[in-house]
Write a protein that binds this ligand. Structure first.
Ligand code: AHG
Ligand code: MN
Ligand code: MN
Ligand code: MN
Length: 285
């Protein structure tokens, strides 16, 4: 794509998400109940999932230079003209709404038609609805962190990097459902790091990016491709962590090298400090 075109379009996508995030946070109030619907991955939908998806689709699909919008919450891609494709997880960790724990919004901007690969990303990032609403944006080889409040966006870190010294770990799924080789890897890691697992990938990944360590939602005996979605979770988060100097893996290769075959496919996700990803891939060989 012509450089100027994608740059100004990426700016517009990031600006729209940054401006919409405080509205999403405010709109969670009163939308915490489940609706009687499932999303394309078979997840039970929370009212806020559907509402946030509608808001983001409305705002992002009307940006000049955005040609496709897709989300975890809707079966099909929305064609909206010529240009980049934006794939979002409108609310990541929405099951945390009931218990009022942290959650996030994930986005990826692909310079290709969806389903698209990590190599097609021109930017990716996430919003974290924690005590403070923050946003991480990975583009042009760097990760910036912002604090969002209303229409203000203050830069608080221009070069986020995953610390080499690892401190925390968090692994999804149930222990009896972990394959033996992953369980053996966990036995090593739990003697070295502190457990931090909150049930929203974005909040758990943000701890790994901040303190160093590893997050995984691995392949399970009951679900060989794990739980997380490649297009909306695995690739964007893999891009953020790798741009921040960490590593990602589906168990044998970078998440950015996984070839998408269908929009809502799942993938085992492991992201964090390079040492722990290397050791993981050796353990799963
Ligand atoms: P989402 O709310 O977008 O469906 O994502 C939920 C995912 C992810 O955020 C988290 O890591 C994982 O589900 C937690 O799964 P468990 O509840 O099985 O731990
Ligand atoms: Mn879901
Ligand atoms: Mn999610
Ligand atoms: Mn979601």
């Amino acid at each position: 794509m012509q450089e100027g075109g994608s740059d100004s379009t990426v700016d517009a996508v990031v600006d729209v998400i940054a401006e919409t995030a405080p509205e999403i946070r405010q709109g969670l109030v009163g939308r915490r109940g489940t609706v009687d619907e499932e999303n394309p991955s078979g997840d039970e939908q929370v009212e806020a999932d559907v509402w946030a998806d509608g808001l983001l689709e409305d705002r992002l699909s009307s940006i000049d230079g955005v040609g496709q919008y897709a989300s975890e919450e809707r079966p099909d891609i929305v064609d909206c003209g010529e240009g980049v494709a934006v794939a979002v997880d409108p609310l990541d960790g929405s099951s945390n709404l009931k218990s009022n724990n942290a959650m996030g919004t994930i986005f990826g901007v692909y310079d290709a038609e969806l389903p698209a690969r990590g190599e097609d990303l021109v930017a990716a990032g996430y919003v974290l609805y924690g005590p403070v609403t923050t946003m991480l944006v990975a583009r042009d080889g760097a990760v910036h962190e912002y604090e969002l409040s209303g229409d203000e966006r203050g830069v608080i870190e221009r070069d986020v990097t995953v610390p080499d010294d690892a401190v925390v770990y968090g692994f999804g799924g149930r222990v009896p459902d972990w394959p033996d080789d992953f369980a053996a890897y966990v036995d090593e890691v739990e003697d070295e790091l502190k457990l931090r697992y909150g049930g929203a990938m974005i909040a758990d990944v943000n701890q790994v990016v901040t303190y160093g360590g590893i997050f995984a939602y691995p392949a399970l005996e009951s679900a060989p491709n794990g739980k997380l979605r490649l297009q909306f979770e695995g690739i964007p988060i893999g891009y953020v962590v790798e741009t921040a100097g960490g590593a990602s893996s589906d168990g044998s290769q970078s998440l950015l090298s996984v070839e998408p075959t269908e929009l809502h496919q799942r993938v085992p996700v492991h992201v964090g400090s390079e040492e722990y990803i290397d050791r993981l891939e050796s353990a799963l060989e």
